[in-house]
Design a protein around this ligand. Sequence first.
Ligand code: GLN
Ligand code: ZN
Length: 760
Amino acid sequence: MSKNYVIGFPRIGEQRELKKALESYWANKSDVNTLEKTANDLKIRHWEYQKNAGIEYISSNDFSFYDNMLDMAVTLGAVPKRFQDLTGHELYFSMARGNKEAVAMEMTKWFNTNYHYIVPELSLQDSYKLNATKIISEYKQAKEHGIKTKINIIGPLTFLGLSKRVDGADTYELYTKILPIYVELLQEIAKLDDFITVQIDEPIFVKDLDTKVLSLIKPTYDTLATVASNIKIAVVSYFENSCEASKILVHTPIWALGLDFLHGVENFDSLALIAASNKTLIAGVIDGRNIWKNDIEKTVNLLNKIALHVNTENILISSSCSLLHVPFSLQYEEKMDAEIKNWLSYGREKLSEIALVSQLFFHGKKSLNKNQMTALQENIIANNTRKSSKLIHDTKVQKRVNNITKLEREGKYEERIQIQKEKLQYLPLATTTIGSFPQTPEIRHARREFKNGNLDEKNYTDEMKKYIDDCVAFQEECSLEVLVHGEPERNDMVEYFGEQLQGYGFSQNGWVQSYGSRCVKPPFIYGDISRPKAMTVDWITYAQSKTDKIMKGMLTGPVTILNWSFVRDDMPRGEVSKQIALGICDEVDDLQKAGIKIIQVDEAAFKEGYPLRKTKIKAYEDWAVRDFKLSVSSAKKETQIHTHMCYSEFNDIIATIEAMDADVISIETARSGNELLKIFAKVGYKQEVGPGVYDIHSPRIPSVEDIVKQIRLLLEVLPKEQLWINPDCGLKTRKWQEVKSSLKNMVEAVTIVRNELNVK
Ligand code: GLN
Ligand code: ZN
């Protein structure tokens, strides 16, 4: 027996086969049989990968056509009224993506990952009814292929905790309606085989739970673990510690607890209790969140520490979470620097690591066969060379970081803003945009051709300049006040900077599912970060040369760059972000030296990096704020620093946002009227704010009246002197036609309101 375990496996396919099959099916270019055949082939292939790697506990029902939370909603019959006439794939994909009559269900981030799940909608009026078809057929399918799987399902407390109620009330009030369906589900599962393992995912246990939820844990698992004597239940959590829940779970008749020992070291505190309960421990020790090669010897040491408490017989070696959050296989990385590639491990490589660690831990070095021995030696060498590699360690960067004297810019806000207003001469309710303008097929094509070497630099630059010319001309024509260059040269706001920073790596095929059929390919930080040369100055100064108005320079902030990358694991995140901040700080200085007077440093992902546990928030905020300020510390008093964040829920973090001390912050508020802005007034926020006046996520063109109304709402909360007027976010996903009409209406609306207020 290999005594190892994988929480879940990615399903999109190593060549994104599922993505392609889904998109072709949605576009009516292929039929349902083709879609299902692709899905079935993928499932079988993935089971075989795991089996051949020597994994004992392999999952079924980790596959999904869109999302596992959505699957669970369908399993429980939690179908919102507007979809109730539909069935099968039509129902499922309508819930996920909407249809002509009904809007899609909401989607939101899965804990602190970049994966997004569909938020189930519950109502006290609805009745719920089991539909176990998917779960049962997947189990049978695996079994036909000679693989006896454990069945993964999302636990009732996580399901309820992540759902929303139509009337906004507490979702846990539906507990008594939902739990019986889980009981029925387990009864059905019990009929499948003599003996079955069910993995119940309860990642909600890693959050700070209130007493009501905590009080539900024991009755839930007393019930579920006794539904059928031939089912053993593993309750798994990940991404953080789940100490409070573990304390309770050990007193229920479940078989095993799965804990993440990498992102929740506090889980060590639960070991004595687990040992006393004689339960099985699924020890998450191979990182399912990062792409670095495991240090096998270090992991065995970690397991030895665990084994000081828990009997070895009761330990299973596991991934820390589902491997859904890492790319598929290194096999397709053909262009990567060989030295760097040798430090990495994707999903399939992690399977081998799990197998090797379990062989080594349970049976000792002597038990390794020749291949395993070679693998171990290669692992040791890879980790050693990484530690000492010149590619990673840049003494110049380290020296600079250790000798930072200037952590923030000069001048208090009150002093700065006066100088800026004097110099920049903008009126109250100044109009601007968030940065990007529509990405046309032509510029995408030009970027691609340039990257592939089919377009030379001169032609590429000309193409981009042409776009900038048009973009500037349009903004002048519609009388916007602070202009942007439109970001045509950027494919992505993080990748663009990553590609120009030393210490950043890129993959060819490192796709990770973000939601539905969408995948992202996060860049990775492997070494000390430095900026060899200016990254944006040429584009911005070119754009500035085309207008007498103010051209805003556009940068991505250090915290966002960090949060949207795979980050090196040999250095604290706050140290990595400090290095990035210094690079951005140099860029700010170069821009201002080149005559740029306003610079926006986007922190779109600032909030995403928040820890799951309250006790850890302060540490994050400390370095995140420090490094944002460091990144603009070169700005002179008269250089106005803007920032942008892609959300508007600031109630919990307003003090932190204020501490970042940007002169102007633009945020997303169009969909909430002025509700979410109120916190700024409530705390007496001093700096200027640009609350989005229309939703850029919709193709709908806001009318002048709509925007006038929205501005009036904003004016109920903040004085005109403190307000900027802009859309909610960047415009890159919109069509030019929509953008032109919307922005013209926005400017016209401002003129109307200014006239009313007698602003000249
Ligand atoms: N400046 C970026 C843009 O406009 C900001 C994008 C974002 O906030 N996600 O595209
Ligand atoms: Zn945004």
